[in-house]
Each structure stands twice: as C-alpha cells, then as structure tokens.
Design a protein around this ligand. Structure first.
Ligand code: HMG
Length: 419
C-alpha cells in the first residue's frame, strides 16, 4: 500500500519521485509532467479561434480515493487554495470509514427538436410515436460509427407545450460526451419530423440537462474521525445534517453548498479535458428540478451506526473520448494518473470527489469555520506571490496568520523583514 503521509509537504520534484517510485505514473506520463510546455501552441491553435497563447493553471493530485473497492489518485486543476487539501483530507477519512460507492444509473444523452406551427399537437405527437422505429433507424443511419461501437439512438419522447411540440431523442454515445453525435442525429431526423407533422423545426440541439446520465455517489464517515472527543463528534454530525437541510430550504445557501461541490467536480472535469460548462449547466438545472433550487447532496446522521452518511446525485455526462481529450497532452497525463478509466468509472470518480469536497467544506463550516483552513492556505499563496522561497514560506505563513489584515502589501513587508 502506498503511503501518502507528508505528500503535501514535498516540493513538486519530490512528488514526481513519489509518483515514479510507487508506479503511479507511466514513464511517458512522467516525461509529460516534467516538461514545461505541456500544450504546444500549434495544438492550442487547433482547439480554439484567434489563439495568441496558453494559460496555465496548477495541476494537483488528491490521493487515495477508495471508490467501489479500488484506489484512485485524482488529478485536479484549480486555482483556489484549500480545495485540494480539503479533498485529500476528506478522501482520507472516507477511506478509513469504508470508501465511496458510485453507481451510474444510465448513460445516455438527450437531444431535442422544437416544432412550431402545428394545429393539432396531440395528433402530431401520436404520429411521431407511431413512427418511432423508423425515426430511430434514420437517426442511427446518420451516425453509423457510434452504432458500430455499440451505441446509437434508443428512444423518442414527445412533450406538448403551449407553443411547441418538443421531440426528445435519447442516444447511447458510449465513451463520448456526444455533442456531435447527438446534433448530427437530431438534424438528420428534422426533415422526417417536419414531413410527418406539417410543423417547422425551430432548432435541433443536444440538451445539457442530461437526466439520462444520472450518477450517485455515497459514503459514510465514522464519528470517531470527526473528532476524538465523542460529544464534540456528535455535535459536528448533528450540525452537518442540519447544514444539509439548510441547503434544501434556502437557495442562497444551496448555491454556495453546490459551489463547494463543484470545487471538486470542476477540478477533475477540467483535468480530463471535459466540457465543464455543460456539466455545470446540467447539474444546476437538476438542482432546480423540484421547482426550487436546492443543495445537490444530503447528509444524514445515523445515530445507531455512529456515522454521518452522505449522498450526491447529479447528471454526469463525462467523456473519455472526443473533443479536445486526445489533443491536449496534459489531459492524457490526467488519464494516465487515473489509469485510463472508462466513462462510467470516471463519472463515479467525479461525483465521489464532489461529495468529498462537500463533506470537507461542511465539516469546516460547522466546526472551526471556513477561514481557519482556508486562510492558512491563502497565507501560503500570498507568501509565494510576495516572492518568498520554499524555505521562507512556513515562517511567512505563521506571521501572516497573526496579522489583522492579510494582503500582498503585508506579505511583502513581512518578507522584507525576513531578509
Ligand atoms: P486541518 O485539519 O488543519 O488539516 O484541515 P491537517 O493539517 O491536520 O491535515 C489533514 C490532512 O488534510 C492532510 O493529511 C492532507 O491530506 C490534507 P497529511 O497529508 O498531513 O497526512 N491537507 C493538505 N493536503 C495538501 N496540502 C495541504 C494540506 N493541508 C492539509 N496544504 C483543511 C485543513 C484545509 C483540510 C480543512 O480545514 C478543510 O477541509 N477546510 C475546507 C476547505 C474548503 O472547503 N475549501 C474550499 C474553498 S471555500 C469554498 O469555496 C466552498 C464553501 O463556500 C462551500 C460551502 O459553503 O459549502 C466553503
């Protein structure tokens, strides 16, 4: 078993050694990691328009996530101090308590076509549903390669709205997020739908509200890991349960609660080259599925088992193929660290990380307060920004934390006095 104790205290080159010695990264992956230029400008220029450069962000590793009985080390891309520390901390406690279970309910994408100008919506709906097999065949004929790989169009649903008849097509996109596959199929069946109904298509497009790609992660944390003091641990567990309830009833809190979840989710989604805007949009729509915006996770204090039990469900249409995934060498490096999971496994990891992140934030919020841990790491960022060396950082941090106001000017003053 690999020991991660002290990993956070190492410098990056020592962390590379640790990854190499423990065979957590391939030789090729290590080369990529140690190269300074991870995304060639020529590749960047193929990924977006009007490219003039690249913007670098820290790539971190949150080790030791036990998910469905396997250990994973999660690459995270984030600019925010304390996010990776919090994820690592939560992963440790959750592993000791038995780890995460992650379940992928289904993995299909949804496309929609909105038809207008119809006189009899119900009649048009019936006509479409009668032709479901033919429409699915037409959709599949437009993208035969996904059918060859075992995917393809699966089901048609039709909803009547005051002005629109909306046709939804569910598609198994296998390892891809599938925007191109879905949009190609939707556009291919548009003329058939117009002919069948006499209506006109307003648009045909993938929906990011990926309700056919729901994933649930669950975990438990033994009370003894909340605090060594039994009474204190019980109070913390009660408060985490209450914090979860608060996020169900107050949208102001729900938004921040979910932001905390996305601190983790976005970091892994970005590291794996996925479309985080799509995943955020789908998850926020899901958070409002009942008509009011709610926290995406729930925590319950199981007083008999002496555990706090967490659960998080959201749409997770994450991909391991397609888009810029194969183009960006840093993204390939992230997949290397993850040991090249398939899309369903990756979806489970992403949601588990979201739950871990949420646990750490809630524990801090209802315990010592968010500032204690956050400020410690904020102080480290300020120290580095002021120009402190690795050796000077610890002393700078402890001095900064004693200051009433912590900012760059104060950090620079402290650094000057250290010299
Ligand atoms: P602590 O108890 O002071 O940590 O917590 P520790 O120094 O005792 O270390 C415990 C473990 O945490 C370490 O074990 C590491 O795993 C990890 P070790 O390696 O020592 O055996 N850890 C670190 N990992 C990497 N680098 C580090 C580091 N420090 C500890 N420098 C901790 C400190 C930050 C973990 C805790 O205070 C915490 O979890 N705070 C929550 C921080 C957080 O959620 N930040 C996100 C930004 S705030 C936000 O945007 C979201 C929010 O608004 C969401 C919401 O409202 O719900 C809060």
């Amino acid at each position: 078993m690999v020991s991660w104790t002290g990993f956070s205290k190492k410098i990056p080159a020592e962390r590379w050694d640790h990854l190499e010695k423990n065979q957590i990264i391939s030789k090729e992956g290590l080369q990529r990691l140690t190269q300074q230029n991870l995304l060639p400008l020529t590749t960047a220029n193929q990924m977006a328009e009007n490219v003039i450069g690249r913007l670098a962000l820290p790539l971190s590793l949150a080790p030791d996530f036990l998910v469905n009985g396997e250990v994973y080390h999660l690459p995270m891309v984030t600019e925010e101090p304390s996010v990776v520390a919090a994820a690592s901390y939560a992963a440790k406690l959750i592993k000791r308590s038995g780890g995460f279970t992650a379940a992928v309910h289904q993995r299909q994408m949804i496309g929609q076509i909105a038809l207008t100008g119809l006189v009899d919506h119900e009649k048009a709906r019936q006509t479409i549903l009668k032709q479901e097999d033919e429409l699915l065949a037409a959709a599949n004929a437009a993208h035969p390669s996904i059918v060859k790989r075992g995917g393809g169009a699966r089901e048609i649903k039709v909803e009547i709205n005051e002005k629109f008849l909306i046709v939804y097509l569910s598609i198994d996109t296998q390892e891809a997020m599938g925007a191109n596959i879905v949009n190609t199929m939707m556009e291919a069946i548009t003329p058939n739908l117009e002919q069948l109904t006499g209506g006109q298509s307003l648009m045909a497009i993938l929906s990011n509200y990926a309700t056919n790609s729901l994933v649930t992660a669950q975990c438990a944390v033994d009370l003894r890991y909340l605090s060594r003091n039994k009474k204190e641990a019980q109070i913390l567990a009660q408060k985490i349960e209450l914090a979860s309830e608060l996020a169900q009833v107050d949208p102001y809190r729900a938004s921040t609660h979910n932001k905390g979840i996305f601190n983790g989710i976005d970091a892994l989604v970005i590291a794996t080259g996925n479309d985080w805007r799509a995943i955020e949009a789908g998850a926020h729509a899901y958070a409002a599925a009942t008509g009011s915006y709610r926290g995406l996770s729930q925590w319950i204090f199981d007083r008999e088992a002496n555990q706090i039990i967490g659960s998080l469900t959201l749409p997770m249409p994450i991909a391991t193929k397609g888009g810029s995934i194969g183009l960006n060498p840093s993204v390939q490096l992230a997949f290397d660290l993850l040991e090249n999971p398939d899309a369903k496994t990756l979806a489970g990891l992403v949601v588990s990380l979201g739950l871990a992140q949420n646990f750490a934030a809630l524990k801090a919020l209802v315990g010592s307060g968010i500032q204690a841990g956050h400020m410690k790491l904020q102080a480290k960022s300020l120290a580095l920004l002021a120009g402190a060396t690795d050796q000077q950082v610890p002393q700078m941090v402890s001095q900064l934390l004693q200051e009433k106001h912590m900012n760059l000017e104060v950090a620079q003053k402290i650094l000057k006095n250290l010299d």
